[in-house]
Design a protein around this ligand. Structure first.
Ligand code: HEC
Ligand code: HEC
Length: 407
């Protein structure tokens, strides 16, 4: 199993209770410089520019690299630790839960004040390949992105001063930061953002049945899924123009005219980020990997089922744009007039983009002594998707460290 740091509670006098893992996660290789380097079969293929859009054997975009095993492992503890929130009630994983495709099953996420935030939590798989973050692309690095939820009043509501103080006064974190950033003064907030980025850069999902097919194992997809792939990359449907394989996003913002859930005001999206009226109602093209795990769909969860999200594209260019809005819809948004059967095949195909083989291990004990994952978010779509395996989640009571691993 990957990401296995030592997790003994610190009751042995004189011993370091949290030894960070010195092995790279699966699918990474330790380089001479001591960093973990991603290994994928896609690196042997040419770039999209040389092969045209939608081909199966195209290279992945550039990715973040250079993080060490210890930095990735420190980030794992931080990611699951509610200590990072103002009142110790919510970790990053509270809204990006590994069992829900690193999302939360909600149309709009709920922060520590129990109030819905403006948008839904995107999946965090394959963040290492992205160049902008948030639905409106307003952050250009993972380090910058992390400040959003940490300090947003509606999310984790912390302050930089309180966060730094709680990390520095913790019994274990200073020593763990020293393992991850040897020879540097710390802990610092920059190191904390960097460790979170390191952990997120290790969440790789590139071994779905689709990938096996792309690498030449044609039996990996059923006939229905291949039919769906062909619709997906056809010039009629045009899905692959934006959801470009192998990442299933082209890392761009597009205005496609998605509706808000009933009663919610229009979201101007990337208009504000780029100060450009052309991008009013524009959102980042999301990757479709592990898409069957992350219902409901679109920036504020308007569509509960994948079939509804697919059908949206078939209902006519701009059909859901509010009457008083003049959006500059992307030219690849048209009215493909797909048959019901073709839409069903698209859904079949999207189901073949699932790969969770590199799920990280949820720490059983955290440096803060808090529970790693607070109550699992209640999926709005529960019943339609896999029922959560809550029994596999470790529960810990801080008073009297008992560990219940379920099975
Ligand atoms: C209250 C729920 C909540 C918490 C807690 C939370 N997030 Fe998020 N996260 C969201 C939402 C909602 C968005 C999308 C917001 C937007 O686009 O305006 C998001 C977006 C992101 C993105 C951008 C993904 C993309 O594709 O652009 C990353 C990365 C991320 N979160 C990581 C984290 C990390 C790291 C933490 C902990 C420090 C964290 N999140 C805590 C709800 C949450
Ligand atoms: C012009 C670019 C573009 C094209 C073409 C396109 N999409 Fe999208 N897609 C987007 C954007 C942008 C979003 C996010 C919109 C939002 O949240 O409001 C999105 C969202 C989605 C989602 C929801 C993802 C999530 O995480 O919630 C699915 C599913 C999807 N698209 C499937 C398709 C399919 C199937 C096709 C072809 C019929 C297609 N897309 C064509 C740009 C595009």
């Amino acid at each position: 199993m990957n990401h296995t740091g030592s997790e003994l509670p610190g009751d042995v006098a004189g011993q370091r209770p949290f030894i960070l893992s010195s092995s790279c996660p699966a699918s990474f290789e330790l380089t001479e410089s001591g960093a973990c380097s991603l290994v994928t079969r896609y690196q042997f293929y040419d770039s999209v520019q040389q092969r045209g859009v939608g081909g199966t054997q195209t290279a992945l975009p550039k990715h973040r690299s250079g993080f060490t095993a210890q930095q990735i492992d420190l980030g794992r503890y931080l990611f699951f630790d509610p200590l990072l929130s103002q009142d110790g009630s919510l970790s990053c994983a509270g809204c990006h839960h590994p069992e829900l495709g690193f999302s939360d099953g909600l149309g709009r996420s709920i922060g520590i004040g129990k109030e819905p935030t403006g948008r839904g939590a995107p999946s965090l798989w394959n963040m290492t390949f992205l160049t902008s973050f948030f639905w409106d692309a307003r952050a250009d690095s993972l380090e910058q992105q992390a400040r959003g939820p940490l300090y947003d009043k509606k999310e984790m509501a912390n302050t930089p001063a309180q966060l730094l103080a709680s990390i520095r006064s913790n019994a274990y974190y200073p020593e763990m930061f020293a393992q991850a950033f040897p020879g540097l003064d710390g802990p610092t907030l920059e190191q904390l953002y960097s460790a979170l980025a390191a952990f997120q850069s290790s969440l790789i999902s590139l071994n779905s049945r689709y990938d096996q097919y792309a690498h030449g194992f044609h039996q990996a997809l059923t006939a229905d899924e291949v039919a769906g792939l062909n619709v997906f990359r056809s010039f009629v449907a045009r899905c692959a123009e934006c959801h470009q394989p192998p990442l299933f996003t082209n890392n761009q913002v597009a205005v496609i005219g998605t509706p808000e859930p009933d009663g919610l005001p229009f979201d101007s999206g990337a208009e504000k980020t780029f100060n450009s009226a052309k991008l009013r109602g524009g959102f980042k093209v999301p990757s479709l990997r592990n898409i069957s795990k992350t219902a409901p769909y679109m920036h504020s969860g308007r569509f509960k089922r994948l079939r509804d999200a697919v059908a949206f594209y078939n209902k006519g260019r701009g059909h859901a744009v509010p009457k008083n809005e003049q959006l500059q819809l992307h030219w690849h948004i048209r009215e493909p007039k797909l048959t019901d059967e073709e839409m069903d095949r698209l859904v079949d195909f999207l189901g073949a983009l699932t790969d969770e083989s590199l799920l990280p291990q949820i720490p059983q004990v955290l440096p803060s002594g808090l529970k790693p994952v607070q109550s699992l978010p209640v999926a709005e779509t529960a019943g339609e998707q896999k029922v959560l395996a809550t029994e596999t989640v470790a529960t810990i009571t801080t008073s009297n460290v008992t560990i219940n691993q379920g099975n």
